[in-house]
Write a protein that binds this ligand. Structure first.
Ligand code: DSN
Length: 413
């Protein structure tokens, strides 16, 4: 029985969601559109079975093909990131980070990271997250002038706290990360470096952003952002002992049975990322981000740190109009068919539910085939929607134009 026959309600909502994706510009920096092949693996017969354990060491019978699939996923991940060990089972980035913490620290141990408000992630020590409930976070800062990582602050915090782990890698940071500097400071205080490259994994895999290896002891990532795979997590290391600890921390430490349909979809995505076309894709993401950043600056917006080196930019809306909040602009843009997310800017005076900023990224629109020349059109849509804020008819008109524009750029099928 098809889904349409078995459950028309869900089928209809899925069809609407497909239309929404097709007819809007997806500018959320952490989202992407996967290939048909990845989708096929994710929605497959592989969801039917338990495979607790690791290849060759399972707690259930009947895992022979699962062993081969997981081994392929591991081998491809190692090749992609040029490292010795990979755990492909984490269900998400937050799960990957928790398992990495468990492998490197004992409960109560200290670590330092960038806080959420400055561009970090909730699993990097936000007070309600396990990372702060079981471990002790402290935070280093951005340089207030350049709005980039202040390595004097990293060093000072590291010397003061003597952390077990120094965590780098961010959710709203538009600049290249200097992993070597983090390692230098970690070596000075006897800490381990953990790099969460969730946002930039695709750029790292393609060689467009410097690799965290050999500087980081442990690398975590999601697989669904610039890497363009299914939603999920991944942990990498070159250290044999850490690898054993990571494997224990994922299973049985923090997860049960792996989602093997997702592991297969990760393997498919890693296979795609190993092809030369993926390098061109990753290069185009960055070119598009720079072009969009320039077009927005030309319209009077201020970008945190003045621009971008990667796939995302953080727009400080106050330069365009001091009254604008991220929440209002996110809503106006959505009504105009442009999907984004409100985001705090460094030292934001507004709360996280309002914010003064907007985070924009180009991974998804690059997958749809938009190029640099199209970024002027995208910036013009954005600015028109900002100016039309609160004007339902004006936003609906832009929504129609955006939908028409999107027809030129089909989703991957
Ligand atoms: N929620 C993701 C993001 O949007 O950056 C991070 O996990």
């Amino acid at each position: 029985m098809t889904l349409q026959e078995a459950d028309p309600q869900i089928a209809e909502l899925m069809a609407k969601e497909q239309h929404r994706q097709e007819s809007t510009l997806e500018l959320i920096a952490s989202e992407n559109h996967v290939s048909r092949a990845v989708m096929e693996a994710a929605g497959s017969v592989l969801t039917n079975k338990y495979a607790e354990g690791y290849p060759g060491k399972r707690y259930y019978g009947g895992c022979q093909f699962y062993d081969q699939i997981e081994t392929l996923a591991i081998d491809r991940a190692k090749q992609l990131f040029d490292c010795k060990y990979a755990n492909v089972q984490p269900h998400s980035g937050a799960n990957a980070n928790l398992a990495a913490f468990m492998a490197m620290m004992q409960p109560g141990d200290r670590f330092i990271s960038l806080n959420l408000a400055s561009g970090g992630h909730l699993s990097h020590g936000m007070k309600l997250n396990t990372s702060a409930i079981f471990y002790k976070p402290a935070h280093y800062e951005l340089d207030p002038k350049t709005e980039t990582i202040d390595f004097d602050s990293v060093r000072a915090k590291a010397q003061e706290i003597k952390p077990r782990v120094i965590l780098c890698g961010y959710s709203a940071y538009p600049r290249t990360i200097d992993f070597a500097q983090f390692r230098k400071i970690a070596d000075e205080v006897g800490a381990l470096v953990m790099a969460d490259i969730a946002h930039i994994a695709g750029l790292v895999a393609a060689g467009i952003h410097p690799s965290p290896f050999p500087h980081a002891h442990v690398v975590t990532t999601t697989t669904h952002k610039t890497l363009r795979g299914p939603r999920g997590g991944l942990i990498l290391t070159n250290d044999e002992e850490l690898n054993k600890a990571i494997n224990r921390s994922v299973f049985p430490g923090s997860q049960g049975g792996p989602l093997m349909h997702i592991v297969a979809a990760k393997a498919v995505a890693f296979g795609e990322s190993l092809r030369p076309e993926f390098k061109s894709y990753a290069r185009q993401i960055v070119k598009n981000a720079k072009a969009l950043a320039d077009a927005l600056i030309a319209k009077g917006y201020r970008l945190v740190s003045g621009g971008t080196d990667n796939h995302l930019m953080l727009v400080d809306l106050r330069a365009r109009n001091a009254e604008l909040t991220g929440a209002d602009v996110e809503k106006a843009l959505e009504a105009a068919g442009i999907i984004s997310n409100k985001n705090g800017v460094p030292n934001d005076t507004r709360p996280p539910t309002q914010t003064s900023g907007l985070r924009l990224g180009t991974p998804a629109i690059t997958t749809r085939g938009l190029k640099e020349a199209d970024m002027a059109t995208v910036a013009a849509f954005i600015d028109r929607a900002v100016l039309a804020k609160g004007n339902t008819d004006g936003l609906a008109k832009i929504r129609g134009e955006v939908a028409e524009f999107c027809k030129k750029f089909p989703m991957p099928h």
